[in-house]
Unconditional design. Sequence first.
Length: 403
Amino acid sequence: MFTLALRNVFRHRGRTAMTLAAIVFGVSGLVLTGGFVRDIYIQLGEALIHSQTGHLQVMRTGYYESGTRSPEKFRIDDVTQLQRDLAAMPEVYAAMARVAFSGLLNNGRTDWGVVGEGVEPDKEARLGSYVRIINGKQLRDGDRDGMLIGQGVAQALKIAPGDRVTLLLNTSEGALNSMDFRVVGVFQSFSKDFDARAVRIPLAAAQDLLLTRGVNSVVVALKQTGDTERVASSMQRGLAGQSLEIRNWQELNDFYEKTVALYDRQFGVLQFIILAMVVLSVGNTVNMSVFERVGEFGTMRALGNRNRHIARLILTESALLGTVGSAAGVLLGVALAMVISAIGIPMPPPPNANVGYTALIRVVPEVLVTAFFIGVAATILAAILPAVRVSRIALADALREAI
């Protein structure tokens, strides 16, 4: 049956070429779109990790749910030993403390509400590879009274590096405290909303303002993003019984989860459209080929082949076409992905973002396998109805077509 099917495929070269072209086009389209969507996931995730949250954050239990309203109630006091333990893990390249606060920033003329963080500047500079300094310089450990502000804050208060500002906030006991700072730089991150309110000051200055030695979280930066889940599980076991919890970057970025869900639905619809396109295109070609061979099938039945043998032959031919066409489509898709990625695709800023980026087409094994099997399945599905219909034609009618 396989040998006969293979001969039939090569015998009808014109229609075979048309069928293969449809399959190759559909499968390569799936490879390219799947690789493009996966690149969006990767670049969005890395932008969030390396501009805001890091890979993991260790915090007091309950801080994630309600700590933003009362951060002073969820502070980690003995943070030095915790940082050492986390930084000693082989997958970790930095563990940095942060303390959160909100307050008013005054430029001498007007106030602006800000949400800030006290950070360890040199460590944060290593993590923040997606944070662009668009004016001034990066905040460093030696900048005792330095402040790094978001682009939106700079525009709202009309301030620039070198200007003096006053930060007013509530201490841990509820009293008001203020301190003067010098703006050292203006940054631009992935999120426009974040830049509109964000300021960063040295950790020691923030602790002096808040009258505390504690911190709200320890941000963990990993060498490889793919190690996130495994390292989080290991950390959770090591911190058992200490009233601490670990949140990964996906849990800390609700925007990412919603974006992935949206693109998954859109890509699912696209897969269905391409599947339908291949089924219809291949089905039309197979249908024409099958009904032109009614006389041939009638002769086979007269020689003793049963109806199921005819149907099996047609499906085998389609499976061969689907396998060859899908393999060629995957190879073409990979080649195009490499060429396109070498050039890059300039993309405008996504919603709620400040800057555009250069998209790539990722070669993802999962996407390649899915595209291949969709191509094969679509080709076989397209042949089922013609195979059933031609096998039910009366033998006398089928033989008459051969005359």
